[in-house]
Design a protein around this ligand. Structure first.
Ligand SMILES: [Fe+2]
Ligand SMILES: [Fe+2]
Length: 297
């Protein structure tokens, strides 16, 4: 069977193509996430998957040597990051990345219309999208528990940063869409690099490695679909602006998390963002995700 070749995420699309792709994404997301559970900010399919992981726990054979190093640095880095081992850095960095995402969606959830008040496909998609992001925070929490870290708390970022995140969804779509799209792209880039790092730090823990990858895949598959979905909000001018935002956005965001510079090649991450085209993803991920029709050949 011929493997589908994909085009750059920055490929142009007509207005009609984008309208058709919103319909196609809406169909996909309902099947993929299941029913929206507004009260608990959850989705039925995702909830069932998380429950499976919780009911079939896997834990490190050899517990973390120094969990206090995690707890001391996971909210704010207190130690010199160079003094920490790669496993601890990976876990504190992961929490910090997920925490930013969690703060962003918390602010947006109260501002965007609930499903009952969503009258357009775009609004409905946005509501489902936010619920999916809340599921990611729960999956990250489960990843930390898998590594024996069961005292993790989700701490807000502080009033000023929280306020900034709350203002973001109130901006007009044309202004908000490019940064929202690049944020999703940055997520996929980070998760793909994190996937490789897991192989390195968990070589002696094959069971935990498998479970961590299962949990991360659940998140990454959603994020790949989000990248296409958020790209679909953008017209020809916005897409050129978006490409120019990759470098400054990645640099700014990753500089804020000291672990990222220690663990990853940020220059390569920026290149991966600019060149992103779905071709390096596994076929099992692509099958479970969603890609805009205009990025397929
Ligand atoms: Fe996410
Ligand atoms: Fe996302």
């Amino acid at each position: 069977m011929k493997k589908t070749k994909f085009l750059s995420i920055f490929t142009s699309a007509t207005e009609q193509e984008r309208a058709d792709n919103f319909d196609s994404y809406w169909e996909f997301t309902q099947k993929h996430g299941g029913q929206l559970l507004e009260d608990t900010k959850d989705l039925s399919e995702k909830q069932a998957k998380l429950l499976y992981f919780k009911n079939h726990p896997i834990r490190l054979q050899k517990p973390l040597a120094n969990p206090n190093a995690f707890y001391r640095n996971y909210i704010t880095m207190q130690d010199d990051p160079k003094s920490l081992d790669r496993m601890t850095l990976m876990l504190t960095g992961m929490y910090k990345f997920a925490r930013h995402e969690w703060v962003g969606i918390k602010g947006a959830w109260d501002v965007v219309p609930c499903m009952a008040d969503s009258h357009t496909i775009k609004d409905k998609i946005s509501r489902m999208h936010l619920a999916e992001e809340f599921c990611h925070q729960r999956l990250f929490h489960e990843m930390l528990i898998t590594c024996g870290l069961d005292k993790v708390e989700w701490v807000p970022l502080g009033p000023i940063k929280e306020k900034i995140y709350e203002q973001f969804p109130k901006f007009p779509e044309s202004i908000m869409s490019p940064p929202a799209f690049i944020t999703e792209l940055m997520g996929v880039t980070y998760y793909l690099h994190l996937n490789h790092l897991l192989d390195e730090v968990l070589t002696d823990e094959p069971e935990v490695l498998r479970r961590m990858k299962e949990l991360l895949d659940e998140i990454t598959i959603d994020e790949i679909a989000h990248v296409g979905q958020r790209r679909n909000f953008i017209g020809p001018v916005g897409i050129r602006i978006s490409k120019m935002l990759v470098q400054p956005f990645y640099t700014l965001f990753f500089n804020d998390i000291p672990e990222i510079g220690q663990l990853f090649n940020v220059k390569k991450m920026i290149e991966d963002g600019i060149n992103f085209d779905f071709n390096n993803l596994s076929s099992s991920m692509i099958e479970r995700s969603w890609i805009p029709s205009y990025c397929k050949t």
